[in-house]
Design a protein around this ligand. Structure first.
Ligand code: BGC
Length: 764
């Protein structure tokens, strides 16, 4: 026994010796700040400059000499992007980089389910971890200011509170995996049109109340480890190195201790990058001299030009050290955190989650009673009454088009993608129902991004008339027609780098839908898009579903809702305007002779004529009147209001009352009952209305919500919590949030228009 005891003692002693000799930065029993300082003290100037800029399209070097690993980033935000070549955007052609494509973030927002947002974060974080990525470039939390914005599908809707709650849960989920999020694109990056030269001109109160809260929540409550600066400018200074946004607000007021990452190519100046907060430079196409040259990383603004300034004594090392500390902190939190898990990819649970989010985010916009045959008279078209259906006709390109490829940097290489037509066929297999398909229109037959191709050949040489005629003829003898159309991810639609040219559906779809509705009134329209679109035929179609981009399990999720396996419970995260001029950004406010027209100042902005710098000034003249706030003020009836969504069951709300109130928190209870015959979920929304205020405030603002699941006949009491911020406005003169004592109304309902309960409350 003795020799064994001696051996163990010797091993323990040796272990202690190793621990004693371990440099502090490698000793994870030490506080992170101690490790950061120790690592920093060991680094040379070259190594410090090295870690603050890219060495390839998506990585920055660590410090090999010190055993500090490289840092790899990946897009984001709804799946892990396939690897690209070291120095090119072209995909690397790997055979191990396919992923689960989760539904796009607008769909996640439409679930109004914060627990689902957390699980979404956990799952995508696991995929990032498995692929050895330290930073996931997402979530996107820019506010949907105009439905024309090509990137809305990557964001969480129009409301700062909804975006904030959903975003911070995504953040928490990802970072639990030891993977950093990169909250993007900070800030006021609300259009793709002229995105590199758009200069947002936005008043302080609007900035604070509309455009910053989702970022603030992700940083202060979610604890995000990195953030990405936008391409646009604010106050004439590029957002990636913007004194006010980065130093004063983010790092100053909010106490952000993480790293600011530039958008890819968003860095424009060494001086500003040094002093205005940027910590990590990625994607720069460098200056005119080396533009386009490969491996130009040494010429990055924060590479040799920065080093030279320090060596010449023109700039000190203080700012550099701060940047390096932040990068080291990021590395210790991620790649050098040996307690994090291993991650997993394309696991059964990820695929199931994608399916669940997809089905829960689909919004039932309309479901009127129809009756063509006697048997079915007076019943809603959805869910499909399978017992009484022999033949279904599916029409439309989006029923057969892969949507995970395209759209810009969020494009994916999904391990699989179930298309709407295939999902329906799989679900109805064995029922004997005959499912036919007619193309109806040709939109974008392509499918390629950075060398990843869908492999689909969607070319069809027939004319629009021929395609329409075929669909209409086939519609005539179908029991139900399911039209699957909308937008896609090609240029000028839901796509990075371009905005939509107008609000209408492309490819002659409106005419086609009208013709189908005439041929067969039992028509369900499934609109796939990341944005609201004009629906001029809405009165002629009994059932409409909003389907977003649902990723790997798109077809399964849709089929579940169509047949009623899942009762739809998605609610709109943005206003669905009847016409574009209902949106404040496009409202007719400018007098032109006797007519009023939209003001180009608001969108697309005014190109500066008087300057050597090429800039587009975009004036946020509408101020706080974004989305439903403008609709409320104008008392407009939108096509579908913010927060709206139907179900296959019905709900009622009653007994709303304040149950407790302190200076910090007010709790409100409301009872919700499922009054129909199917299990389902309702989204309880609480809007706060300041009855009397010395400053102008929106009519009402969303400040709490909760999704509640109920069996038929079941009632539950939902508790909604309002914190101090729920009552406050941003006081520009005081530079702080402030509320005024007095009467507030709590307006509770299931959309911003359908208010079912009102509680009066006096704030002391
Ligand atoms: C996009 C970012 C993206 C980055 C890297 C940029 O063009 O704006 O959202 O994360 O590229 O692909």
């Amino acid at each position: 026994m003795k020799p064994l005891i001696i051996t163990i003692a010797a091993l323990v002693a040796a272990g202690n010796l190793v621990a004693q000799n371990l440099p502090a930065y490698l000793d994870d029993t030490k506080p992170i700040e101690v490790r950061v300082e120790d690592a920093l003290s060991r680094m040379t100037l070259g190594e410090k400059i090295g870690v603050i800029h890219a060495q390839s399209k998506f990585s920055s070097p660590g410090v090999g000499r010190l055993g500090i690993p490289e840092l790899w980033c990946t897009d984001g935000p709804h799946g892990i992007r396939p690897d690209v070549l070291w120095d090119e955007w072209e995909q690397a052609g790997c055979s191990n980089d396919s992923c689960t494509a989760f539904p796009a973030l607008t769909c996640l927002a439409a679930t109004w389910n914060t627990e689902l947002a957390l699980r979404y974060g956990q799952s995508i974080g696991e995929e990032a971890r498995y692929r050895n990525k330290a930073v996931l470039l997402g979530p996107g939390v820019n506010i949907c200011r105009t439905p024309l914005n090509g990137r809305s599908f990557e964001y969480l809707g129009e409301d700062p509170y909804l975006s904030g709650r959903m975003g911070l849960n995504y953040v928490k989920g990802v970072q639990e995996q030891g993977v950093a999020v990169c909250v993007k694109h900070y800030a006021l990056n609300n259009n793709e049109h002229q995105r590199y030269t758009s200069n947002a001109i936005c008043d302080e109160r609007t900035l604070r109340e509309i455009y910053l809260p989702a970022f603030e929540a992700a940083i202060k409550e979610g604890g995000a480890w990195t953030l990405m600066g936008g391409y646009n400018l604010y106050k004439g200074q590029h957002a990636c190195h913007n004194q006010y946004l980065m130093n004063e607000i983010l790092k100053g007021e909010w106490g952000f201790d993480g790293a600011i990452i530039s958008d890819w190519g968003g860095t424009q100046s060494t001086q500003e990058a040094i002093y205005n907060g940027l910590d990590l430079e990625f994607g720069t196409w460098t200056d005119g001299l080396s533009m386009g040259a490969t491996n130009a990383y040494d010429n990055y603004y924060m590479a040799n030009p920065y080093r030279k300034l320090i060596e010449e004594g023109k700039v000190g090392e203080e700012e550099l050290n701060d940047k390096v500390r932040r990068v080291l902190r990021l590395i210790f939190r991620t790649t050098m955190n040996k307690h994090r898990g291993f991650g997993s990819i394309n696991s059964e649970s990820h695929v199931k989650l994608a399916q669940e989010v997809g089905a829960e985010g689909i919004v039932l916009l309309k479901n009127d009673l129809v009756g063509k045959t006697k048997k079915q008279a007076g019943s809603a078209l959805l869910p499909l009454d399978l017992k009484n259906i022999q033949r279904i006709l599916v029409v439309g390109e989006n029923a057969i088009k892969m949507m995970t490829v395209g759209g810009g940097s969020s494009s994916l290489k999904a391990q699989h993608e179930i298309l709407p037509l295939d999902g329906l066929k799989a679900r109805l297999a064995g029922t004997g129902i005959d499912i036919r398909y007619a193309r109806g229109y040709v939109g974008d037959p392509g499918g390629e991004y950075n060398g990843v191709t869908t492999g689909q050949d969607l070319n069809d040489a027939r004319s629009a008339e021929e395609l329409c005629k075929e669909a209409v003829e086939m519609a005539k003898d179908a029991d139900v027609v399911i039209y699957v159309g909308g937008l896609n991810k090609s240029g000028g639609q839901d796509n990075e780098g371009t905005d939509r040219a107008d609000y209408a559906l492309p490819y002659g779809q409106d005419e086609l839908i009208m013709a189908l509705a005439e041929a067969n009134p039992r028509l369900v329209v499934v609109n796939i898009s990341g944005n609201a679109v004009a629906l001029p035929w809405i009165d002629c179609v009994p059932a409409v579903l909003q389907d977003w981009y649902l990723g790997s399990e798109a077809g399964t999720s849709l089929a579940q809702v169509l047949v009623g396996d899942v009762n739809p419970s998605g609610h709109l995260p943005m206003t669905w305007y009847k016409t574009l001029d209902q949106c404040s950004v496009h409202a007719p406010v400018l007098k032109q002779g006797r007519q009023k027209v939209a003001d180009p100042r608001r969108y697309p902005g005014i190109e500066r004529q008087d300057s050597t710098v090429h800039l587009w000034d975009v004036y946020y003249d509408e101020g706080l009147d974004v989305g439903y706030r403008y609709i409320d003020k104008q008392k407009f009836a939108p096509l579908f209001p913010f927060g709206y969504g139907l179900s296959y069951t019905t709900f009622s709300m009653s007994d709303a009352k304040v149950i407790s109130s302190t200076a910090k928190e007010v709790k409100v209870n409301v009872s919700v009952t499922n009054t129909g015959s199917r299990a389902g979920a309702e989204v309880v929304q609480l809007y706060v209305q300041d009855v009397k205020s010395t400053v102008e405030r929106p009519v009402k603002e969303l400040k709490a919500f909760q999704k509640v699941y109920l069996q038929p006949g079941e009632s539950k009491t939902v508790t909604l919590t309002l914190n101090e911020r729920a009552f406050q406005f941003y006081d520009v003169a005081a530079k702080d949030w402030r509320s005024e004592a007095g009467r507030f109304n709590f307006l509770i309902g299931n959309s911003s228009k359908n208010i079912l309960q009102k509680v009066e409350y006096d704030l002391k």
